[in-house]
Design a protein around this ligand. Structure first.
Ligand code: GSH
Length: 204
C-alpha cells in the first residue's frame, strides 16, 4: 500500500501512529506529498479529488481517505481493537471527532495566516476558529479524563495528534494554561513510542 505523506500533517500523523501501534509500518510505502488548497498536488487529486492527505492507495481496492476511514481500516486489517466495542466504540468515535475538530479549526487558522494577506484577515473569524479548539480542550479537561486514563485507543490518538499540532503551529495560544489535567495526560502520553516517532516536522 502507498500512503500520501507529509511529516507536518497531523492527519497523516494519526495514520502513522496507528501503523506503529498495529505493527503494519512495513506494509506501507510513504509517498512524500506537498498539497495545499491553493496548489493541490496533481498526483494526489487522481487518488483523492479533495486534494487532501492522507490518502491510502491499496493493492486490492480503491484508494481510501480521509484519516478516520484509513485509521479504522488499518485497525480492522490488524484486528487491533483501537476502536473498542459496545458503548466504548461510540465514545472512541466521538473522541476522535473531537480531536479532529480541534485540528480542523487549528488548520484553518494556519491556512488563514499562510495564504491570506494580513489586511484581508478577519480577526473575529480567526478567534471563532480558536474558540472551537479552546472549547474542545476545555471539554477534554472537564469530561474526558477518565476515558483518557483508559487503554490507548483511536480517540486518544486523535487527541494526542491534535495537541501536538497546537504545540507545533499555535504554541503562543498556550492550550495548557486552562487545562491542567489534559496537560498532565499529554505530558505522559507524548513519550509513547508511536507518538515520539511521529512528532511533527516541516518537510525539507
Ligand atoms: N478530514 C481530513 C482527514 O481527516 O484526513 C483532513 C485532511 C487535511 O485537511 N489534510 C491537509 C491537507 O491535505 C494537510 S494537514 N490540506 C490540503 C487542502 O486542504 O487542500
Amino acid at each position: 500500500m502507498k500512503l500520501s505523506h507529509s511529516p507536518a500533517s497531523p492527519y497523516v500523523r494519526k495514520v502513522m501512529v496507528v501503523l506503529h501501534e498495529t505493527g503494519q509500518l512495513d506494509d506501507v510505502e510513504l509517498v512524500p506529498t506537498a498539497t495545499t488548497p491553493i496548489a493541490p498536488s496533481a498526483e494526489l487529486i487522481g487518488k483523492n479529488p479533495l486534494g487532501k492527505i492522507p490518502a491510502l492507495e491499496r493493492d486490492d481496492g480503491p484508494t481510501l481517505f480521509d484519516s478516520r476511514v484509513i485509521c479504522a481500516f488499518l485497525d480492522a486489517r490488524a484486528n487491533a481493537g483501537l476502536y473498542g466495542s459496545g458503548a466504548r466504540h461510540w465514545e472512541i468515535r466521538t473522541l476522535e471527532a473531537l480531536g479532529d475538530g480541534i485540528l480542523d479549526a487549528a488548520l484553518s487558522l494556519t491556512y488563514e495566516a499562510r495564504f491570506r494577506p494580513e489586511d484581508k484577515r478577519v480577526p473575529d473569524w480567526m478567534e471563532g476558529q480558536w474558540g472551537k479548539a479552546a472549547r474542545a480542550c476545555a471539554a477534554l479537561d472537564r469530561m474526558w479524563m477518565s476515558h483518557l486514563a483508559g487503554p490507548f485507543d483511536a480517540g486518544q490518538i486523535a487527541v494526542a495528534c491534535a495537541l501536538g499540532y497546537l504545540d507545533f503551529r499555535h504554541a503562543a495560544r498556550d492550550w495548557r494554561k486552562d487545562n491542567p489535567a489534559l496537560a498532565e495526560w499529554y505530558a505522559r502520553i507524548e513519550s509513547r513510542p508511536s507518538l515520539a516517532a511521529t512528532r511533527p516536522a516541516d518537510p525539507r
